[in-house]
Design a protein around this ligand. Structure first.
Ligand SMILES: Cc1cc2nc3c(=O)[nH]c(=O)nc-3n(C[C@H](O)[C@H](O)[C@H](O)COP(=O)(O)O)c2cc1C
Length: 302
């Protein structure tokens, strides 16, 4: 029997497969379909200081091998989350990754401070949101803003801090090094790829927000390269994601250097997907005669 447990930032995950933020809500309704406690972890929907109603519909457009979404960080806000959701989330029986978003650095810090006393295991900083105070520049594409945000959050955080990188950064390795230097304990990548979808007959964009983010199998080759480049450039753990649909896809990310993986769009297609992916990854590891699934991490022979 292969050992599916993986060490991550001083903690142990049951296995390396985590549900990605925004594709698994707060995980509290998935018990109807799957045994949520079998997952390696759950990244909760992004939480912000204030409630956000999100963007105008339509919010999802299908493409031949993925989707473009513009949900717009809809969430009840940190206070309502603590009041109505936290207790249910704490009883899910798996590692909890609280994904934190904001418009200003103060927003991020205040959400983290409110979560510090809870059973949340890790913080995942979503630094791909517009920074209103700084004139609409994204935190994740600006080295200076990204570093400042991570430094302040690291000072406030009483749990390991994972920074989620955006492929829109251009030179993602440069941002990865900057946030590592600013105190990030780990990195997760990639967030969605900026994109849009058009209805030619109506001469209109499909999404209410006009533009959005592309996810699913079509972004996997882009994500694999970014995980490969980043994990070779920094000495902190990396969580890989982008188009993972099967256990073998997950293995590809681990071979490229990921210690764990997240499944996003796959969860929207089929709520059973993350369990199937765990089972397929386990079968793959056994077929490869591994004692330990973590032996895949960084084992790509180039
Ligand atoms: C509908 C939808 C909503 C998402 N919402 C969030 C979010 O709130 N916070 C976040 O950090 N990422 C969010 N993401 C990005 C995913 O967590 C993931 O990074 C991305 O979709 C790539 O993985 P995938 O190709 O497996 O979906 C969202 C993705 C989708 C498809």
């Amino acid at each position: 029997m292969i050992n599916m447990q993986v060490g991550f930032c001083g903690k142990t995950l049951k296995n390396p497969v985590i549900a990605a933020s925004g594709t698994f809500a707060f995980g509290t309704q998935h018990g109807w379909f799957i045994d949520v406690s079998r997952l390696g972890g759950i990244a909760l929907k992004s939480l912000t200081r204030e409630k956000r109603i999100g963007n105008a519909p339509p919010r999802i457009a299908e493409t031949p091998s993925g989707i473009v979404n513009s949900v717009g960080l809809q969430n009840p806000g940190i206070e309502a989350f603590l009041e109505s959701e936290l207790e249910k989330v704490e009883s899910l029986g798996t590692a909890l990754f609280a994904n934190v978003a904001g418009s200003t650095v103060d927003d991020y810090v205040s959400v983290i401070e409110r979560l510090n006393g809870t059973a949340i295991d890790f913080y995942e900083l979503n630094i791909s949101c517009p920074n209103v105070k700084e004139g609409g520049v994204s935190f994740g594409t600006d080295e200076r803003l990204a570093s400042e945000c991570v430094r302040r959050c690291k000072d406030a955080a009483k749990k390991p801090l994972i920074v989620k990188l955006t492929p829109a950064a251009g030179d993602v390795v440069r941002i990865a090094k900057a946030v590592r230097d600013a105190g990030a304990d780990a990195l997760s990548l990639i967030n969605t790829v900026p994109a849009m979808a058009v209805d030619a007959r109506r001469k209109r964009p499909i999404l209410g927000n006009v533009t959005g983010g592309l996810s699913g199998p079509c972004i996997k080759p882009i994500a694999l390269k970014m995980v490969y480049d980043v994990s070779r450039a920094v000495d902190i753990p990396v969580i890989g994601m982008g188009g993972i649909m099967t256990g073998e896809d997950a293995a590809e990310f681990m071979l490229c250097g990921a210690s764990a993986v997240m499944t996003g769009t796959a969860n929207l297609l089929d709520p059973h997907a993350p369990i199937r992916i765990i089972d397929e990854l386990e079968a793959f590891g056994e077929a490869m005669r591994l004692n330990d699934i973590s032996a895949l991490t960084g084992a790509l022979e180039v």
